[in-house]
Write a protein that binds this ligand. Structure first.
Ligand SMILES: [Zn+2]
Ligand SMILES: [Zn+2]
Length: 370
């Protein structure tokens, strides 16, 4: 039996588009490339906004996590369009894609950054974010990312609709926010917990908002920037500590009768924040590491064992947290105008990367393709 597949298309789709192409560390170029055409079951999306992640910057600078070292092979590939924090409008798709994702031409959509294989042992157990081949948008040739005018959503992608009324940069924040919420879930926060969040960048602010939603006794934000700490307050932090002026370990011990915090969420990627967290946690506390580090971290591991018997938990991506992140953004409760501090046209990607690297003026930098 044959079934007719109809394909819906919005107005004229050009043949060529602008895209950022990664040719290796420190070699990203703006190029004119062909607009991809969707195969069976795929969707073509016109990119409205794409955030620059700290991990994009680390990839740009050649971090071992992406380009390999003595202990691991390279994971990132060259000749790839980067960008995994995108939002866009569906411009072309067939019935199969429309049915699978419940979307239509004209809808605004986001997709999870991981494109699971749905065949490996992790995917088969529902642990799709740890998918063995680990194809993420924007790092491998198979799945070009959102730093382009158009991109494809492959059949395996996890796709969600999102409110068209949100500014594009806010909608593109779904990705980092889902990651932050996953870290919060890993922490298993209880009502009586004192939760400390290190770093008030995009991930840290999302962690604060997520931790606050769990209604613990206190959410303490740590940073060195008064502006970011003010934003932490607007995201619901009950206490803010400028670590350039105040010792965070002493502060937290002081507010917990000398015991220390119950939970520490690390979102700075700075090696010094690791020892800081181990030192300010109470015995039997929980440490959640979200960051990607540009260099090795040295700490006394006997704090984890002998001293405190800590639970140290990793967190990666935002599995099962995308719907919550979308709800949170659609509620318009977060200070998104301030979090999305910079929007630049795609051709200014280099300036965007520099703004992320500098970090003193920017929070979330977003590129807007033409
Ligand atoms: Zn990201
Ligand atoms: Zn898999």
């Amino acid at each position: 039996m044959t079934q007719t597949q109809t394909t819906a298309t919005s107005s004229a789709i050009p043949e060529k588009m602008q895209a950022v192409v990664c040719h290796g560390p420190e070699d990203y170029r703006l190029e004119e490339v062909a607009v991809p055409s969707p195969g069976p079951g795929q969707a073509l999306v016109r990119v409205e906004a794409v955030g620059i992640c700290a991990s994009d910057l680390k990839c740009y600078h050649g971090a071992a996590k992406f380009w390999g070292d003595a202990n691991r092979p390279a994971w990132a590939e060259t000749e790839v369009i980067p960008g995994h924090e995108f939002v866009g409008e569906v411009v072309q798709l067939d019935d199969a894609a429309a049915r699978r994702w419940g979307i239509a031409v004209g809808d605004r959509v986001v997709a999870e950054q991981i494109v699971p294989c749905w065949k490996c042992r992790y995917c088969l157990r529902g642990e799709y974010w740890m998918c063995a081949p680990h194809d993420m948008f924007g790092f491998k040739r198979r799945n070009p990312g959102g730093m382009a005018s158009y991109m494809l959503f492959p059949v395996e992608a996890l796709v969600y609709g999102i409110d068209k009324g949100l500014p594009p940069a806010h909608a593109a924040f779904t990705e980092p926010l889902s990651c932050a919420l996953h870290a919060v879930e890993r922490a298993g926060i209880l009502f009586e917990d004192v939760v400390v969040v290190a770093g008030c960048g995009p991930i840290g602010l999302g962690m604060i908002a997520g931790a606050v939603a769990k209604y613990p006794a206190a959410v303490v934000a740590l940073d060195m920037s008064p502006r970011k700490l003010e934003l932490a307050r607007k995201c619901g932090a009950t206490h803010i500590v400028n670590i350039a002026e105040q010792d965070p370990v002493a502060y937290v011990k002081d507010m917990t009768d000398g015991y220390g915090a119950d939970v520490y969420l690390e979102g700075t990627g700075h090696p010094a924040a690791v020892g800081q967290g181990l030192n300010l946690l109470r015995k039997l506390g929980r440490y959640v590491e979200y960051s990607v580090f540009g260099s090795d971290v040295t700490v006394d591991w006997s704090i984890i064992s002998d001293d405190k018997e800590l639970d140290v938990l990793g967190a990666h991506l935002g599995p099962h947290c995308w719907p919550a992140a979308i709800r949170m953004l659609e509620s318009r409760l977060l200070p998104m105008d301030e979090i999305c501090s910079h929007q630049l046209p795609l051709e200014k990607f280099q300036e965007g990367l520099e703004l992320v690297a500098d970090g003193t003026t920017s929070i979330k930098v977003t590129l807007i393709p033409a």
